[in-house]
Design a protein. Structure first.
Length: 461
């Protein structure tokens, strides 16, 4: 089961009841049990202090401590994050929400009641507001990094961080620190990750604050003669800095060239694609992209296949690929991580990331686990037939669950038909392949609602 927050739909309301119905997944041995606080009532922080005096004292000294009085009951003190505490106070140790023991999305849900962009009018006006969609789409929550991973409500330094900023970032991103023989970007050397990145959400790859090149030009003046000379007079306003340079570390021998380079670029054979530079400091292409790429990269008989990606049909290769160099290994020369490139066009899949449950490849951003990027003989650019594709990861489901696809009956192959549309019944007939609001990414509640869509006269049909 995906760990998407089961409270996301309630965040926009910002109501005093938002926390009362949070479901906490409390670890018990190797299992997880659902514990609801819906029947509990608020008892006030005074009851909490009797057992948790040291935590209460730290809370009072922090930025949240001064926000108790003017807030509605559900947003005051301890119970603002832990939920109503009457069950816990009466001896039920599991009858409270522990943000450190639930999924990242669940614990983030408690924080976003106040810190979400759609928080209600009762939320503290000075609370930093995050756009939930940008936050949930970002790499941090999808990699199980949430608010309480970096922040401590009960103790902490600046912004209640558990460690100094640079130390905190490098505890996960140790690969960004240069090794012997490598040159470090000044911001990396000083540990100023937040000069370029937003730790919470930006809606851009790698959580970059603004456009990548605009961020670079805040410190690097491309108008300086030395900069102009070093780049052959081609550093104009549209030049993409990271096409050549690593923004973190680089090997001096390669001058920071990303590891995966287009061959003409790696060979410095710019003239293979570009005409001589103009006075406007641009190097025009010798031919349109629609013609240029095909000279080396035969597109194949695209029209003969039943499914092809629109940019491929239109020969607009640079929609997804960079013509120079990339840090992405697969797909090759991609402009950014695959999911960011794909989601820039496929908004409906982006919307699925906001659902309660996601298909594992979608949650991990691995679009190419199921789809080809260029062309396929199968609809939706699938790499295999729908049934074979699903069975590749779920080999046992076809053996003992609901009949799907083609089944052998008395020596004959029989197509299992979906009575709703008279088409072959496949996994996608019952499941949302990207994400949805129901458990097991079912298209409706699998306990009954999904079944009765076909079995209208009872489960014997």
């Amino acid at each position: 089961m995906s760990k998407r927050a089961n409270t996301r739909a309630k965040l926009a309301a910002g109501s005093t009841a938002a926390l009362a119905s949070l479901v906490a997944l409390i670890a018990v041995g190797n299992a997880q049990v659902a514990v609801t606080t819906a029947k509990a009532s608020y008892v006030g922080s005074a009851g909490c202090i009797k057992c948790h005096a040291s935590m209460a004292a730290a809370h009072a000294k922090g930025p949240h401590g001064g926000l108790i009085a003017p807030l509605p009951e559900s947003m005051r003190g301890c119970e603002s994050c832990h939920g109503p505490g009457s069950l816990h106070a009466n001896g039920d140790k599991a009858g409270i929400i522990n943000p450190g023991k639930v999924s990242v999305q669940e614990s983030d849900g408690a924080c976003l009641v106040c810190h979400g962009a759609n928080a209600g009018p009762s939320a503290p006006p000075k609370a930093q507001k995050l756009v939930q969609q940008s936050w949930m789409r970002g790499r941090h929550p999808r990699k199980e990094v949430g608010c309480v991973t970096c922040h401590s409500e009960h103790k902490g330094g600046e912004k209640q961080l558990k460690k100094p900023k640079s130390e905190l970032c490098y505890s996960c991103h140790s690969g960004m620190v240069g090794a012997a023989g490598e040159f470090q970007h000044a911001a990396v050397q000083k540990g100023n990750c937040l000069d370029c990145h937003d730790a919470h959400a930006s809606g851009r790859p790698s959580l970059v604050k603004g456009g990548v090149d605009a961020t670079c030009r805040k410190c690097h003046d491309v108008a300086k003669p030395a900069m102009d000379k070093a780049h052959g007079g081609l550093v104009g306003t549209t030049t993409r800095c990271v096409s050549c340079h690593s923004p973190h570390i680089k090997d001096k021998a390669t001058h920071g060239l990303p590891p995966n380079a287009h061959k003409p670029y790696a060979d410095r054979s710019c003239g293979q694609c570009h005409a001589p530079a103009t006075a406007a400091k641009t190097a025009p292409l010798k031919a349109p992209v629609t013609e240029l790429c095909g000279k080396c990269h035969a597109a194949g008989k695209i029209d003969a296949l039943s499914a092809s990606h629109p940019p491929v049909k239109q020969k607009l290769c640079t929609t997804c690929h960079t013509p120079h160099a990339s840090r992405q290994v697969s797909p090759p020369l991609f402009k950014a991580k695959a999911d960011f490139v794909c989601l820039s066009c496929h908004k409906q899949v982006d919307a699925a990331l906001q659902k309660k449950f996601q298909h594992a490849p979608v949650e991990a951003g691995n679009c190419t686990s199921c789809h080809y990027g260029h062309k396929s003989s199968i609809e939706k650019l699938l790499i295999k037939s729908p049934m074979d594709l699903c069975q590749g990861c779920h080999p046992n489901q076809r053996k003992f669950t609901h009949p799907v696809g083609i089944k052998e009956v008395n020596g004959r192959k029989v197509v299992i038909v979906d009575p709703r549309n008279k088409k072959q019944l496949t996994c996608a007939s019952c499941h949302d392949v990207h994400g949805g609001p129901h458990e097991y990414i079912s298209q409706a509640d699998w306990r009954r609602d999904l079944c009765v869509q076909c079995h209208k006269g009872g489960m014997d049909q």
